[in-house]
Design a protein around this ligand. Structure first.
Ligand code: ADE
Length: 222
C-alpha cells in the first residue's frame, strides 16, 4: 500500500519510522510519502490560507495550493481522506475497508479547514473522497488524526503484524475489539491474584469467562 500525506507540518509524521509502521515500511508492505503543502504555495510568503468568505473567525486553506499538491497524487485507485471534525466517524470497519485500498492520501487541514471546493472538485471528477473525523473533539489539525488512522489501517494489512493470530482473535470477537482484561506473570502481584480460571487450562471455560468480562466492560464503558 502507498500512503501519502499532505501537511504544513511534515515533522508530525516522524513516528511513522518507529515500531510496527517502521518495520512494515522496511519490509516493503507499505510506503509513505510526506508532502509539504507550503512547497505548493504560489507567493513569496508561502501563503496557504486566507480569510473566510462570509466573515467569521479563523482562516481557510486555499484551494489553489491544495489542488497543486493533490493533482499529482490522485489516481482512480486513490482514496482521498480529508480530516475534519465534521467528517464520518472513523471506526474499526472503516479501518478494515481502507486497509484493502492500494493508495491512501491524507489531506491534513489546519485552521478552520480546507476550502470546500477541493472536496467538490475531486468528487466531481469521480475520485473516491472521504471526509473523516476520529472523534467528537476538535484537534489543532488533521496530522494526529491521520497518524491514528494510519496505525489502525496498516496493522490490518496482511504481514504487518508479527503474529497473525492477534488479528484472527480480534475478528472472532463480534465487535472486532479485544475487551476482556489480560494478565501475565507473576500469578500474584501486590496481593492481587490472576483469576483462577485463566490458570485452569480449560480453554472452553476461559473463552466463556472472557466473553462475559468483555460484555461487562462494554456495558460499563457505554
Ligand atoms: N481535525 C480537527 N479535529 C479533527 C478530528 N476530531 N478528526 C479529524 N480531523 C480533525
Amino acid at each position: 500500500m502507498k500512503i501519502d500525506a499532505v501537511t504544513i507540518f511534515p515533522d508530525y509524521f516522524s513516528p511513522l519510522q518507529l515500531s510496527l509502521l517502521g518495520k512494515a515500511q522496511e519490509q516493503g508492505l507499505v510506503e509513505f510519502g510526506i508532502h509539504d503543502l507550503r512547497s505548493f504555495s504560489t507567493d513569496n510568503h508561502n501563503t496557504v490560507d486566507d480569510t473566510p468568505y462570509g466573515g467569521g473567525a479563523g482562516m481557510v486553506m486555499l484551494p489553489e495550493v491544495w489542488g497543486k499538491a493533490l493533482d499529482p497524487l490522485m489516481t482512480h485507485e486513490t482514496d482521498l481522506i480529508i480530516l475534519t471534525p465534521a467528517g464520518k466517524r472513523f471506526d474499526q470497519p472503516m479501518a478494515a475497508s481502507l486497509s484493502t485500498s492500494q493508495h491512501l492520501v491524507f489531506a491534513c487541514g489546519r485552521y478552520e479547514g480546507i476550502d470546500d471546493r477541493v472536496r467538490q472538485h475531486y468528487e466531481g471528477k469521480n475520485y473516491r473522497v472521504h471526509e473523516v473525523s476520529i472523534g467528537d473533539y476538535v484537534l489543532g489539525g488533521g496530522e494526529v488524526a491521520s497518524l491514528v488512522m494510519i496505525e489502525a489501517i496498516t496493522r490490518l494489512i496482511p504481514g504487518v503484524l508479527g503474529n497473525p493470530e492477534s488479528l484472527a482473535e480480534e475478528s472472532h470477537n463480534e465487535e472486532g475489539y479485544l475487551e476482556y482484561p489480560n494478565f501475565t506473570k507473576p500469578s500474584v502481584w501486590r496481593d492481587l491474584e490472576v483469576p483462577a480460571i485463566l490458570l485452569s487450562g480449560n480453554h472452553g471455560e476461559i473463552a466463556k469467562w472472557r466473553a462475559a468480562q468483555a460484555a461487562e466492560r462494554a456495558k460499563k464503558n457505554l
